[in-house]
Write a protein that binds this ligand. Structure first.
Ligand code: FES
Ligand SMILES: [Fe+2]
Length: 384
């Protein structure tokens, strides 16, 4: 771990605790409720999400060359294949003949060819078009240009991140993950973790309500009084921004504030680190593991949440299994508290009680995120 980063967090958390104030900005802000209900905005957001890296799978789920996974993510049919060179490549899972889905949803550990179920055009694991039945009927077909469309794919922190917009390049994915990803991967056990206890489920709320809730500890002592509130200092978050991404340090009750400059300070022991990758991915870093939650908008008022726990190695004993099970159970109970509140907010948005939601100075990360999102959407080219 980068010692400067640890020492700086220690210094800032100590100062914040002494002042009795978390990081804060401005005079508070308001976000119009239409941002959480508007159909047109949801369509624009979908296009924007296609332009930011999405963690669509755990790298360990594609263990060896030839392993493949077919899934749909934010409306895009995807095919992931680990290549002979060890890298995972994502493709649009769409036939170049007349557009059928080539591979049904599922996974496998070995493949020699993918055969389209419509007319049996056949693709190699590297996406190249290998065969066309009765090819004399396609005198103008350039076979070498008719492979499956590739999507920019990078494997970082044990996850396969894909840019769903085929016009973007790997360098765009690397730039978007940026210095925050470098920092995450510098933490012990998080460069090549394995996935544990994945699950997906639907929350009846706009995805941004779930994002808002990850940006402050103001709600802990109330909403999480039965689960994690006792472990944390009240309303104490230290925020660092990395372009559009950010990292929050949520300070725990046992933080050693009476030991300034403590040697070998381990921030993970004394607080949770929330790594937020703009605009819809959160990785919550705990002392010996991390929890991914990625948000897949299904519409303005529905979100599919994908959860995954990242652990250093597969559990090798019952004791290890029980340790990770207990961590996952607490995480799920805590998130259930957050998501029940998000659903209650969504249900009340149309009532007219509020034209806008109100955020305090120490909740500034949420309205700032909304402003950034709005600016990004405004910069999109008009839909074709
Ligand atoms: S659509 Fe795939 S072979 Fe015809
Ligand atoms: Fe929460």
């Amino acid at each position: 771990m980068n010692d400067n980063f640890a020492a700086e967090l220690h210094r800032r958390a100590t100062a914040a605790l002494q002042a009795g104030r978390a990081d804060a900005q401005g005079q508070g802000d308001r976000v119009p409720v239409a941002r959480y209900t508007d159909e047109a905005m949801a369509r624009d957001e979908r296009r924007l999400l296609h332009r930011h890296p999405q963690p669509v799978a755990a790298g360990a789920s594609l263990a060896t060359p030839g392993a493949w996974l077919s899934l749909t993510y934010i409306g895009v049919p995807l095919l992931l294949v680990r290549q002979e060179n060890g890298q995972v490549q994502a493709f649009l899972n769409v036939c170049r003949h007349r557009g059928a889905r080539v591979v049904p949803e599922g996974s496998g550990s070995e493949v020699r060819a993918f055969v389209c179920p419509y007319h049996a055009w056949t693709y190699k694991p590297d996406g190249a078009l290998r065969g066309v039945p009765e090819s004399f009927g396609f005198p103008c077909l350039k076979q070498e240009e008719s492979g499956l469309r590739r999507l920019a794919t990078v494997e970082r922190a044990g996850l396969v991140w894909v840019l769903l917009d085929a016009s973007l390049a790997e360098s765009d994915a690397g730039a978007a993950l940026g210095a925050l990803m470098d920092n995450l991967e510098s933490l012990a056990g998080l460069r090549t973790p394995v996935a544990f206890a994945p699950r997906s489920y639907v929350v009846e709320a706009n995805w941004k309500l779930l994002v808002d809730g990850s940006f402050e500890a103001y709600h802990f002592k109330v909403a999480h009084r039965e689960t994690i509130a006792h472990m944390f200092m009240n309303n104490m978050q230290i925020v660092d921004e990395f372009a559009l991404n950010r990292r929050l340090y949520l300070v725990k009750s046992k933080f050693p504030q009476d030991q300034p400059g403590v040697d070998g300070f381990d921030p993970r022991r004394y607080g949770n680190l929330t790594y937020f990758f703009f605009p819809n991915t959160t990785i919550l870093v705990q002392p010996d593991h991390a929890q991914l939650s990625s948000l897949e908008p299904l519409g303005p008022t529905r979100t599919r949440v994908h959860e995954l726990t990242l652990i250093p190695e597969a559990p090798a004993s019952e004791k290890a299994q029980a340790h990770w099970d207990a961590n996952v159970a607490l995480y799920r109970r805590t998130l259930a508290e957050d998501y029940a509140l998000a659903e209650s907010i969504q249900a009340g948005l149309a009532s007219g009680a509020n034209e806008a939601l109100t955020f305090g100075t120490f909740e500034y990360s949420a309205p700032r995120f909304h402003a950034q999102l709005h600016a990004q959407i405004a910069a999109l080219q008009p839909a074709p």
